[in-house]
Write a protein that binds this ligand. Sequence first.
Ligand code: EPZ
Length: 421
Amino acid sequence: MDSILVRGNGALSGQIPIAGAKNACLTLMPATLLSDEPLTLTNAPRLSDIATMTQLLQSLGAEVAGLQQGLVLAMSSHDIANHTADYDIVRKMRASILVLGPMLAREGHAVVSLPGGCAIGARPVDLHQRAMEALGAEIELKDGYLHARAPGGRLKGATIHFPLVSVGATENALMAATLAKGTTVIENAAREPEIVDLARCLRAMGAQIEGEGTSTITIQGVDRLHGATHPVVADRIELGTYMLVPAICGGEVECLGGKMELVGAFAEKLEAAGVSVTQTERGLKVSGQGRVKAVDVVTEPFPGFPTDLQAQMMALLCTAEGTSVLEERIFENRFMHAPELTRMGANIEVHGGHATVHGVEKLKGARVMATDLRASVSLILAALAAEGETVVSRVYHLDRGYERVEEKLRACGAQIERIKG
Ligand code: EPZ
C-alpha cells in the first residue's frame, strides 16, 4: 500500500487544473445502458473509481474504452449480455447501485448486489428500491442481491416522493423514468450539480426532462434513447479541496475551470473565515493571509455546505483563531479524520454528529492513516501547513477521487512525494 510523504513548506501559490467530476461520471457512465448507441463522455477524470465502474459495465456487456487522451470514455451497450452486477465489484464501490435504474428501464429486469456499508455509514439503498417500486418494479432480496423486474417488461411513470434527499436515489429514478411509459414526477429530488449534469446528458440522448436543479423533476418517458457526446461537469469537491490550499498555507492559487456556482455555500464560509475568493475568466482565484477566523459549519444537501468538504474544512479550522463547531447532518460516521488530525496536534472534541475544534497555532507533522476518500485529502491539507514531516498511509483511498494529487500540489511549491510500498 502506497503512502504519501509531505513536508510543510510555507505559503503555496500557482495554478491547479480541476478535473471532471467523479460523482458526475459515476452516474453518467451507467446511462450508457439506456441506449444501444454509443455515449461518449469527454473530460472524464482518471480515477480508480472510474476504472471500477468501467469493469462493472464491461461485466454487463458494455464496451468501454478510455481513448488515448485518457479523458474520453466511449461506451456502447448494444446488447446487455449479463444482467447481474456482481458483489465482488459492487462491494468495492457503492455507486455500482446506479446500474439498477438504467438496466431495469432498458431490459425490464436486473439483478444487483446490495452494496453493503462503508466507513462513513450504513449507506442503505431503500430509497432506490422504493423509487423503482413506485415505477412499477417488483423487487425481491435474495442472497444479498436485489432481483428486480418490470411486469410486462416496461416501467410505468409515477410520482416518486423522497422522504429525505438522496443524490443516488434521485439519479437512479431519473435514469429509469426516461424510458418508463408515461410521466414521472420526482418530488424532494436532490439538486446537486451532478444531477443537473446527468439531466443534460440524458436530454442530449433524447430524454424529455424538466426541473433538474430544483426539488421537483418531471420526466416524459420515451420509447428509446440515442447516443450522444457529453462533457463531464467540473468536480466541485476537488475544486473546494484545492481552494483550501492557500487558505491553510497562505499564498494564492487559481483553480482552473472552477465556477462559483459550483461551490457557493462553501466559498461563503471561506470568505467568512477571512479568505478571499474571486472568479476570473479561467477559474476561481483564492488567496489566504495567515491564520483564518473560526467559523461554524453545518453539512446539508446542495445548495448547502457539502458533506464531501467537511473533512477538508476541519483541517483548515484546526489552526483557526477561536473555536469552530462542525455539524455533520448527512452521514452518521464522518469524523474519522478527527483522531488523525489530533495526532498532528489538533484540539478536537467529537460528540455524535458534532465536532468542536479549538484552533491551535500550528500543527506538527506525524504518521497518520487515511480512513476514507475525503478524510485522506484532509490529512494531506493539514500536512502541507504543518511543521515537519507527515506520512499519510493507505492512500489508495485518495486515488479513488483525486487525480495526480502530488503533481498538482508540487506545481504550487509543495514538498510532496509518493512512497511505493
Ligand atoms: C453521493 O452518495 C455521493 N457519491 C457522496 O460522495 C456524497 O457524500 C453523497 O451523495 C451526499 O452528497 C456519489 O455520487 C457516487 P445520498 P449517495 O443517497 O448518493 C441516506 C464522495 O466522497 N440514504 O445522497 O450514496 C444515506 O445513508 C462520496 O465522493 C438512505 O437512507 O448519498 C445518507 O445518510 C461519499 N437510503 C443520506 O441519505 C437510501 O436509499 C444521503 O445519501 C439512500 C441514501
